[in-house]
Structures are given as C-alpha cells and as structure tokens.
Design a protein around this ligand. Structure first.
Ligand code: C5P
Length: 223
C-alpha cells in the first residue's frame, strides 16, 4: 500500500514543528520531527566531549550510537539515546549548535537517511526538516517550504525558551538563528533549499492559527 507523505522544510524557528504537529493531528498522520534526530546525534557528541565540527571523531561515534525514536501514549515523538529518554534534553539551547554542526557531516546524514525513509513507508507522514523535499522524500505528495524573517523566528524561539525556563536573551537567540541559517544553507551535504516543486509559505506576522489554516488549505488542495 502506498501512503501519503507531506514534506515541510525551512529554516529554524519558522514554526515548522508546531504547525506540522497540528496538521498531523488534523489529518491523522504521523508527525516525524527529523531535527530531533539530528539533535540526538548532537547530544551524543556533547556528552562524549567530541567537537561537533570534528567529522572524523563524530563519524567514529556513529558506530556504537543507539538512537531510537518511539511514539508513546501521549502521541509525542520521544527520542532515546543509548536507552535513555532524551526528548527534553535535546531542546537545550547549546544542543542546537551541536545539532547544526553534526548535521553538516555527510556520514551523519547517510546514517540517518534510511531511518527517516523507513518511517514514511509505515504510514501517512508529515515530516519536517531541512532536506525532506529535496533528499529524504523527493516523491512527497505535498512539499512546503516554510519561512519567516529572522527577527520573527528569533522572537518565537526566545519566547519558547523562556517558557521552558531557559535563561537567554533575544540578541543571543537572533545571533544563533542567523548562524544556523548560514550553516544550514552553506553546507555541501544536503543544504537547506526550497525544492523546485515546493510551495513557499512566509509566516512573518501571522498568528499560528492563520498559518495553520493556510497550510491546511494548501495541503487539501494538493492531496
Ligand atoms: O529543526 P531543528 O532546529 O530542531 O533541527 C536542529 C538542526 O538539525 C538544524 O539546525 C539543522 O542543522 C539540522 N537538521 C538537518 N536536516 C534535517 C533536520 C534538521 O540538517 N532534516
């Protein structure tokens, strides 16, 4: 049986994961947050004291790395690293940079590619990330490229971190977002770019509900 797949790509903080989760619930699809998988690899490097830009050392880590993704009763995607639930820990601010750095290493991307594709073979999915429409699921039924101004994205990310009780300031978050944009778009391996057949949606200034309605409408028209 062929399942449906929806690819949502875009830069950090554009609202991809919140919107993808809402859409998945509305459509009865499985939501796959691929950033969480890269974050788990980043966390592994962080814990082992490995520089995330050191391709050789990170690649060596992959051999013994046990990463698991489970959907628990709450319907939330939980990430496990060597048997431990790290779902919360991977959201820490410093892990964002680790995730961004390790994700530029081709061996890391190759290690995760088949796992992501396998999830799309099991049922209808909405998958969000940076290279879903271009590399992971080039045959996706609907491809969306979600973006917003760097300031808007930094404001949202800052509010999110504050809500989680993490101490940081807006300027730092904005600087980190810009740095990650640069990392993600300039890397040689599967850089962040809009697939030719993806629809661009700019959420700058939108409320969450407005963006949700735009995306839902777009998906329904295309499925
Ligand atoms: O989406 P999120 O911000 O949680 O992703 C963390 C990092 O993982 C991103 O900055 C990006 O570098 C990387 N990533 C990626 N490809 C994906 C998903 C995330 O390179 N499909």
């Amino acid at each position: 049986m062929n399942y449906h797949s929806i690819a949502i790509d875009g830069p950090s903080g554009a609202g991809k994961s919140t919107l993808a989760r809402m859409l998945a619930q509305e459509l009865g699809y499985l939501y796959v947050d691929t950033g969480a998988i890269y974050r788990t690899v980043g966390l592994c490097a962080f814990r082992k004291g490995v520089e995330p830009t050191d391709a050789r050392a990170v690649t060596a880590l992959l051999d013994g790395m046990e990463i698991d993704l489970r959907y628990e009763q709450d319907g939330v995607q939980h990430m496990y690293l060597d048997g431990e639930d790290v779902t919360r820990e991977i959201r820490r601010h410093e892990i964002s940079r680790y995730a961004s750095d390790v994700s530029a290493i081709p061996a890391v991307r190759a290690f995760l590619l088949e796992r992501q594709r396998e999830l799309a073979r099991r049922g209808d999915v909405i998958m969000d990330g940076r290279d879903i429409g271009t590399v992971v699921l080039p045959g996706a039924d609907v491809k969306l490229f979600l973006t917003a101004s760097a300031q808007d994205r930094a404001r949202r990310r800052f509010a999110e971190l504050q809500q989680r009780g993490q101490e940081t300031d807006y300027e730092t978050v904005l600087r980190d977002i810009r740095k990650r944009d640069e990392n993600d778009t300039r890397r040689a391996a599967a850089p962040l770019r809009q697939a030719e057949d993806a629809l661009l949606v700019d959420t700058t200034g939108n409320t969450l509900e407005e963006s949700f309605q735009v995306l839902l409408q777009t998906i329904k028209e295309r499925l």
